[in-house]
Write a protein that binds this ligand. Sequence first.
Ligand SMILES: NC(=O)c1ccc[n+]([C@@H]2O[C@H](COP(=O)([O-])OP(=O)(O)OC[C@H]3O[C@@H](n4cnc5c(N)ncnc54)[C@H](OP(=O)(O)O)[C@@H]3O)[C@@H](O)[C@H]2O)c1
Length: 311
Amino acid sequence: MMAGPDKSNRREFLARSAALAAAATLPVRSFAQETMAARAIPGTDEYLPVVGLGAPDIFIDLPPEGKELPIAVLETMIGLGGRLLDTPSFFRPNVPYLGELIEEMGIRDQMFLTGKITVNGKEAGIRHLERLVANLNKQPMDLLMIHNMRTMDEHWPTLREWKDAGRTRYIGVSLTRNADYVEFDRFMRTERPDFIMTGYSIHHPLAAETTLPLAADLGIAVLIVEAFKTDDDGGIFSLVAGKPLPEWAPEYDIESWAQYSLKFILSHPAVTGVVTETRQVRHVIDNMRAGYGRLPDEAARQRMSDYLLSL
Ligand SMILES: NC(=O)c1ccc[n+]([C@@H]2O[C@H](COP(=O)([O-])OP(=O)(O)OC[C@H]3O[C@@H](n4cnc5c(N)ncnc54)[C@H](OP(=O)(O)O)[C@@H]3O)[C@@H](O)[C@H]2O)c1
């Protein structure tokens, strides 16, 4: 009799089966370029694959169905060449489950892990960073940021000290939610963070007015979030539900409305990468595939914007 799979093999098998089943529901096509596009972090020779994952609830609390789903989500990202993982913010007392997950999967070193200070005040910020790093157990961390520019005067010196002490390789700041970029731009000019993270999409193009060109000029890496955000709470997916992609979408290897949004973002020359959040393996596949194939040029970007805004 053949030996039965042990518990961990079974788990891996289940996770892979979930990923494969999800992949089978997507149209099959092959692109000339067979690895995910990667962009250099400005001023370095380090390349980041352009599509990453944020932190769905299944990375924060172990879901009742068990760990198969979060494992499958991460394995799918890795299988498609993703490496960037924007780790959960601490908005509650318990540390996120993600730390345990990446330890168990043995993927810590291959991931580019970001973390953010989401509390106000210097001492609270330091305690927060210590807990965050203890949870992820990565030393040095890849990127630590200040979430939404909170108490910058207190947190920025802390991040600079952590970088000088070799506890993180890069430091930066995020700003989202209909931001006013005046202060953000000023901060970029005076402090030259390694990274910024901000919202940018066809419906929310404000960052492209001054902030993205400035980041390009100053050599600051840019991570984009809120890729699917619209003025409506349902985001782009409720807006385009039941609507076919324009017939010219295949010219840019766009297979879905998610890729339509993501390729618009990735074709901005200042953008280093984009982070999306999903708890569904088929959506991970969909989003990661935006990092493959052709990207729109300037004229096509305008056409994409006009078309989506007309719906
Ligand atoms: N200030 C900051 O630092 C800041 C602010 C916002 C976000 N973030 C980061 O960015 C990450 C992303 O957050 P976000 O607000 O930008 O969310 P998002 O990725 O724009 O949207 C997530 C939503 O889109 C759905 N979705 C994802 N891929 C899809 C696909 N291919 N097809 C259909 N639906 C899809 C997800 O549902 P399913 O689960 O069903 O797929 C989820 O409801 C966060 O996890 C966080 O890491 C940072």
